[in-house]
Ligand binder design. Structure first.
Ligand SMILES: [Zn+2]
Length: 313
């Protein structure tokens, strides 16, 4: 073999090994190509596009609707139902007290009005023809819920902000075999977008947790209505928070007990109706209107909060 050929062959060998090394660095995540920046441009605040829950400040009303539907019925005379309702009111009290205490940690005044017993004007019962707590129900089907609120318990004019909570009794696995119904806790909220109806709602079925109802989940879903994004997933619903792998990794590593990341006790997977073990970090505080600005949000390439948009076009 000529010297020239040897040189060419070793050159090729070096190139191939370099390519293999570079490829394995990418494959193992040692070298990372940053995703393109999420669309961020200054936007303008229009109070009409923030829904019924704007910021978690001032006077806040929480309307609890105990809903009967084709999957579950509340019977006010039934001993078991009475206990479940008591447990829900305990969890609601836990969630609202938690939000108030955290607000004062940030020096924010918030007065939350919520049902403390079944005699409260904020304790409402209603009958519905569709399954209320169905994640697959879709917004258009929730128009009947909005119609109900409008006709029975619209409190939007009484408070600075209002959240409407729908509590259903235990569906007792009624829909397990049915692909079209997915019973889950979730919120129908808006972020800088007009709603087809002026009500932000949370859906909270009984029986998903060992504790029956989770105070942490109630607080989590309520905070969505005031502008908090989920911190565990990419912004896949087009809500435009700009959460991405960058923000998710940051939160998982630095604030693993964030309430918008997890809603169970860190390390035990347990949830409770009488206490919340998760924390509200600066990120969530910023999104619900407790912090006027947060540099971290720019570092994480997230979209600014609905409370931090420019006020005049
Ligand atoms: Zn969520």
């Amino acid at each position: 073999m000529s010297v020239k050929l040897k040189m060419v062959l070793s050159g090729v060998l070096i190139l191939i090994s370099a390519a293999v090394i570079v490829f394995s660095l990418f494959a193992n995540g040692v070298i990372r190509v940053e995703k393109p920046e999420p669309p961020y441009e200054p936007r303008y605040l229009n109070p009409e596009t923030l829904g019924s829950a704007r910021a978690l400040t001032g006077r806040v009303g929480v309307v609890s609707i105990f809903a009967s539907d084709p999957g579950s019925q509340w019977d006010m005379e039934d001993k078991g139902d009475k206990e479940r309702i008591d447990n829900i009111l305990t969890a609601l009290n836990t969630a609202c007290t938690y939000l108030k205490e955290n607000a004062s940690r940030y020096g924010v005044e918030v007065d939350i009005d919520y049902a403390k017993n079944t005699e409260s004007p904020l304790f409402i019962t209603g009958d519905f023809k569709n399954v209320v707590n169905d994640l697959n129900g879709g917004r258009w089907e929730r128009i009947d819920l909005a119609d109900f609120i409008k006709g029975n318990c619209d409190m939007n004019d009484k408070y600075d902000s209002v959240v409407y909570l729908f509590f259903t009794d235990d569906y007792k696995d009624k829909f397990d075999q049915d692909d079209y119904v997915r019973v889950w806790s979730f919120a129908d909220y808006v972020y800088d977008k007009a709603l087809t109806y002026p009500y932000e709602m949370c859906f909270l079925p009984y029986g998903l947790y060992e504790s029956g109802i989770s105070a942490s989940v109630i607080a989590h879903e309520m905070m969505h209505c005031f502008g908090a994004p989920d911190l565990y997933q990419e912004d896949s619903f087009g809500i435009n928070y700009g959460t991405s792998n960058i923000s998710i990794e940051y939160v998982e590593e630095n604030i693993p007990n964030e309430i918008m990341l997890i809603q169970h006790e860190l390390g035990t997977e347990k949830s409770y109706s009488d206490r919340i073990t998760n924390e509200i970090s600066d990120i969530t505080a910023y999104y619900i209107g407790w912090l006027p600005a947060l540099d971290l949000v720019d570092e994480l390439k997230m979209t600014h909060s609905q409370h931090d948009l420019k006020k005049d076009p």
